[in-house]
Write a protein that binds this ligand. Structure first.
Ligand code: ATP
Length: 238
């Protein structure tokens, strides 16, 4: 049994079918990426898994349990957290308050939560330095680190990351990708959505290519990186 099993998933916005019957699995301990151009349905897929959208058809099973009709706040308590595209931090709250919000659903007490806050500060030292500053004053890259830190605070077994490198400098992007690898080494399973296919595939065990709501290719990160089709369409090569 895979940690996450998505079967024949269809998601529509009114009459627009954004996801047209996709199936894929995420094995425990892996980094799996969904790549594809604008509008392929990547964000829609992640938002449906985390319970923010409801599928029109199909099933989503997390650790053996159907979650496609479970409310989003309950899904977090099952061990699945999303770090959203566009960051969605709370600008008037401090950095530390934003991080602590990630732990709202935990029942394992304050010392474990403190430990994870320290772990987030270790990964992203700037969050510690600026812990009392309103989060709205952060740059895009800093907000991205905060959003990832907040997702970590729920101590998820599966983390969904939506475009973590969006709008970041090459240096920051490297930092985010190496953080993904660190999280993996610490035992977190990761489903990653990225427009930067090159960066994502380099660190992925498995990748899926989405085109207008359908999966058109599946392979290991290495296979997709060396596939002519992927190189031409997504890595900007001739
Ligand atoms: P991007 O990388 O640009 O975010 P994506 O692969 O994540 O793209 P989605 O955001 O999932 O793609 O969008 C898939 C399709 O669904 C697109 O055609 C988009 O226009 C449409 N769509 C997304 N959100 C809505 C919405 N709230 N209402 C109507 N259509 C939507």
């Amino acid at each position: 049994m895979s940690m996450l099993e998505v079967k024949d998933l269809r998601v529509a916005y009114g009459k627009i079918e954004a996801v047209k019957g996709i199936s894929f699995d995420v094995e425990e301990g892996q980094v799996v990426s969904l790549i594809g151009t604008n509008g392929a349905g990547k964000t829609t897929t992640l938002r449906t898994i985390s319970g923010l959208l409801r599928p029109a058809r199909g099933s989503i099973t997390f650790e053996g349990k159907r979650i496609d009709d479970v409310p989003a706040h309950k899904i977090v308590t099952l061990g699945l957290a999303q770090s959203p595209e566009g960051r969605r931090i709370f600008p008037r709250m401090t950095v530390e308050e934003n991080l602590m919000l990630g732990a709202f659903a935990r029942k394992d007490g304050s010392s474990a939560v403190r430990q994870d806050l320290d772990a987030a500060f270790e990964l992203f030292p700037i969050l510690r330095e600026r812990r009392s500053q309103p989060a709205g004053t952060f740059s895009g890259g800093e907000q991205q680190m905060l959003a990832m830190g907040r997702a970590m605070m729920s101590r998820p077994r599966l983390m969904l990351l939506d475009e973590p490198s969006m709008g970041l400098s090459p240096l920051m992007m490297k930092k985010i990708m190496s953080t993904v690898q660190t999280l993996k080494a610490q035992g977190t399973t990761i489903l990653l959505v990225e427009q930067n296919a090159n960066a994502a595939l380099k660190i992925s065990d498995v990748g899926y290519v989405l085109e207008v709501g359908k999966i058109v290719l599946r392979g290991t990160g290495q296979e997709l990186l060396s596939s002519d089709e992927v190189r031409k369409a997504y890595l900007g090569e001739e």
